[in-house]
Design a protein around this ligand. Structure first.
Ligand code: HEM
Length: 473
C-alpha cells in the first residue's frame, strides 16, 4: 500500500497491514464489529483498517460518530457501494445510490411516507396487521413456535401496504416466497465469500454465492415489475394507494411537462421499491423478535409492561397517542432497540471530499464505517452498556427520558428513512402482542438458558429460537 506524503503525515492510526491481505487475519469476519470495537480501544476513536487492499476508516464512540455524521454531514454523507451492491442496483434507488437521483428519490419517499402518516392512515394499516399477526400466533395454542416467520410476514406486509397499497395472506405462496427470498438474499450478500468478491472483484467474479445473489435479484425484479404493471393498468390519478401510485402519477406529470432529465424512471421505481422492502422488513422484524425474546428472558419486565398497558389502555386496541402515557413501555422498547443493535457497523459510508477530521486527513472516496455498536454500547454514555436495563430511559420519577447516544437509526444525511415508520410499528406491534400474550421459554428451558447470541450476517437478528405465546384471555 503506497501512501503519498500528505496522507502519511496525518492518516488515522491503525494496525500494520500485510500486503494484499491487509488486516484480514486480525478481523473476526463473522462479527467484524466486535474486532472493530476492540481495536478502537487501542487505536482511538478514528482509526484505519485494511480489508484486503480496501482501506476503511472506522469511527467509534458516540462523540466521534455524532460529530462526523452531524457536524460534517456533507463530508461523511455519501454511501459506499461495494462491487456486489453495484452489480445489484447499478446506482438506482435510494439505499445504495448517491448524487442528485438519490437526493430526489429520498425526498420523494420521505414526503410520501409523511403523507401516509397524516390522518392516521399508516397507524390504521399497522393496527389491522396486528390482528392478523395475533391470529397467526394464536394458531399455535401456546405451543412453542419459531417467531421468525409470522413476524417477518407482518413487517413485510406493512411495507407492501405502504408501497403497493395492499397486503397478502400469510399462506399465499407467492408472498411467502418473496419474503423468504429477501431474507436469504440478505444473508448471502453478507457471506464471507461475497465479502471476498468485494475485496478482489476480478479474482472472485465467478464464486457461487455471487451468482446466487444475482439470481435472487433477477426474480425479485421480475416480481416487482409484475406488481407495478398491474398498478399502472389500474391507476386512478386522483387516489394514491401506495408509494408506487404516487411515483407513477408524478412521472406522468413530469412527462406532460416535457421534463427529460427526470429521475422518475422505471429502474429507479423498481429499485426504490426493492430498497424499501429490503431495508424495512428484516430490520423491524429482527428488533421485534429481540423484544419478545427479552420479554421471555426477563418476565418481571414483561409483567411490568403488561401492568402499565392494563392500567392505561385496558382491553381496547392501543393507539399511537397512548405512547406518551406509557413511559415504562416506551423505555423498554428503546432499551430493546439499543441492545438489539441491528446494524452494528451501520451501512458503509464514504467521504465526498478530502476532509481533516479530529486532526486526521481522510481522502475523498475513503470508505467509512460509523460503528453504531460503539455508540449504543458506549461505556461513557450508558450506565450498564451490556445489560438489558430499561432504566437507561427513565428518570427518578419514572418519566421517559430521551438519550442522545440512542442512535440505532444512525444520524445525518443518511439517517434511516423509515425511522418514523419503524418506531410506529415497534410500538403498535409490541404493545398489541404483550396485551394479548405472555411470552415464555418452551417447557424444559429456563429463562437463563434462553440464548442472546445474535445470528451472523449483515443484520443481527437473534439466533433461531422458539417461544411460547400463552394467551392472557
Ligand atoms: C437506512 C436502521 C427500519 C428504510 C438505515 C440505516 C440504518 C437503519 C442504521 C443506515 C443509515 C446510514 O447509512 O447512516 C434501521 C432500523 C430499523 C429500520 C434499526 C428498524 C428497527 C426501516 C424501515 C424502512 C427503512 C421500516 C422503510 C421505509 C431505510 C432506507 C435507508 C435506511 C431506505 C437508506 C437511506 C439512505 O441511504 O439515504 N436504516 N432501519 N428502514 N433505512 Fe432503515
Amino acid at each position: 500500500v503506497r501512501l503519498d506524503s500528505k496522507e502519511k503525515r496525518n492518516e488515522p492510526p491503525g494496525p500494520r497491514p500485510l500486503p494484499l491481505l491487509g488486516n484480514l487475519l486480525q478481523i473476526d469476519l463473522k462479527r467484524p464489529h466486535k474486532t472493530l470495537c476492540e481495536l478502537s480501544k487501542k487505536y482511538g476513536s478514528v482509526f484505519t483498517l485494511y480489508f484486503g487492499i480496501n482501506k476503511v476508516v472506522v469511527l467509534a464512540g458516540y462523540e466521534t460518530v455524532r460529530e462526523a455524521l452531524v457536524n460534517y454531514a456533507e463530508e461523511f454523507g455519501e454511501r459506499n457501494i461495494s462491487p456486489i451492491l453495484n452489480d445489484i442496483n447499478q446506482g438506482h434507488g435510494i439505499l445504495f445510490a448517491n448524487g442528485e437521483s438519490w437526493k430526489e428519490l429520498r425526498y420523494f419517499a420521505l414526503t410520501t411516507l409523511k403523507d401516509f402518516e397524516f390522518g392516521k392512515r399508516l397507524s390504521h394499516k399497522i393496527l389491522a396487521e396486528c390482528s392478523y399477526l395475533i391470529q397467526a400466533i394464536e394458531e399455535h395454542k401456546g405451543e412453542p413456535f419459531d417467531t421468525a416467520l409470522p413476524i417477518n410476514y407482518a413487517t413485510a406486509n406493512i411495507i407492501f401496504s405502504v408501497v403497493y397499497g395492499c397486503r397478502f395472506d400469510y399462506n399465499d405462496p407467492i408472498f411467502t416466497k418473496m419474503v423468504k427470498r429477501a431474507t436469504h438474499a440478505t444473508c448471502v450478500t453478507g457471506s464471507a465469500s461475497v465479502q471476498l468478491y468485494n475485496m478482489f472483484p476480478r479474482l472472485f467474479r465467478w464464486i457461487k454465492n455471487r451468482q446466487v445473489v444475482l439470481k435472487y435479484v433477477e426474480t425479485t425484479i421480475r416480481d416487482a415489475k409484475y406488481l407495478i404493471t398491474y398498478l399502472k393498468e389500474t391507476l386512478d390519478p386522483d387516489t394514491c394507494q401506495g408509494f408506487v401510485d404516487c411515483f407513477l402519477i408524478w412521472k406522468q406529470k413530469e412527462e406532460e411537462f416535457g421534463i427529460d432529465d427526470s429521475h422518475y424512471s422505471e429502474e429507479n421505481l423498481i429499485f426504490t421499491v426493492i430498497d424499501l422492502f429490503v431495508a424495512g422488513t428484516d430490520t423491524t422484524a429482527a428488533t421485534l423478535r429481540w423484544g419478545l425474546l427479552l420479554m421471555a428472558k426477563y418476565p418481571h419486565v414483561q409483567e411490568q409492561v403488561h401492568e402499565e398497558l392494563r392500567h392505561v389502555v385496558g382491553s381496547r386496541q392501543v393507539s399511537v397517542d397512548d405512547r406518551k402515557n406509557l413511559p415504562y413501555t416506551d423505555a423498554v422498547i428503546h432499551e430493546i432497540q439499543r441492545l438489539a443493535n441491528i446494524l452494528p457497523a451501520c451501512l458503509p459510508h464514504q467521504t465526498s471530499r478530502d476532509v481533516t477530521f479530529q486532526g486526521y486527513f481522510i481522502k475523498k472516496g475513503t470508505v467509512v464505517f460509523p460503528l453504531l455498536t460503539s455508540v449504543l454500547y458506549d461505556e461513557s454514555e450508558w450506565e450498564s452498556p451490556h445489560t438489558f436495563n430499561p432504566s437507561h430511559f427513565l428518570d427518578k420519577e419514572g418519566k421517559f427520558v430521551k438519550r442522545d447516544a440512542f442512535m440505532p437509526f444512525s444520524a445525518g444525511h443518511r439517517v434511516c428513512l423509515g425511522e418514523g415508520l419503524a418506531k410506529m410499528e415497534l410500538f403498535l406491534f409490541f404493545t398489541s402482542l404483550i396485551q394479548r400474550f405472555c411470552f415464555t421459554p418452551p417447557l424444559g428451558i429456563t429463562e437463563d438458558e434462553l440464548d442472546l447470541t445474535p445470528a451472523v450476517g449483515f443484520t443481527t437478528p437473534p439466533s433461531s429460537h422458539m417461544l411460547c405465546a400463552v394467551s392472557r384471555h
